[in-house]
Write a protein that binds this ligand. Structure first.
Ligand code: SF4
Ligand code: SF4
Length: 131
């Protein structure tokens, strides 16, 4: 009886292997193959049309945002990705939808200074992206 159970388990295993032989592979050959990023993914920030009101900085739970501005003229907008937890508060509370969490996900780096990202206000790219 025990022997029959073992044979049954073995056949089930073989059946599962054969079933998956003819299915499309779920493994992605990253980085050659690029993943489809979900619509609501919260990745690297973009800035466009910021008026320097500072609300994003106030609602950020991690104190990750630094803004320098003269009135509505924003001279510097930095996000510290070492602190940021990608909660989306800055995007949610921005009154003019200037700050957005984009689909950029390759943010890992070996250099801490690269985690201090300066965003350019008049485009949708960070200064690092402008390379
Ligand atoms: S996503 Fe959250 S933690 Fe990151 S900068 Fe915005 S408010 Fe701060
Ligand atoms: S990103 Fe939005 S909330 Fe933050 S300072 Fe600019 S306008 Fe204000």
């Amino acid at each position: 009886m025990k022997f029959l159970k073992q044979i049954k388990a073995l056949l089930e295993g073989v059946f599962i292997v054969f079933k998956h032989l003819f299915k499309k592979s779920v493994t992605l050959q990253y980085p050659e193959e690029r993943p489809v990023v979900p619509e609501k993914f919260r990745g690297g920030h973009t800035l466009n049309g910021c008026i320097g009101c500072g609300i994003c900085r106030k609602v950020c739970p991690c104190d990750a945002i630094t803004i320098e501005n003269e009135g509505k003229n924003v001279t510097s907008y930095k996000i510290n990705l070492r602190k940021c937890m990608f909660c989306g508060n800055c995007q949610y509370y921005c009154p003019v939808s200037a700050i957005k969490l984009g689909k950029k996900f390759e943010l890992a780096t070996a250099f801490e200074e690269e985690l201090q990202v300066e965003l350019v206000n008049d485009s949708n790219k960070s200064k690092e992206d402008n390379k």
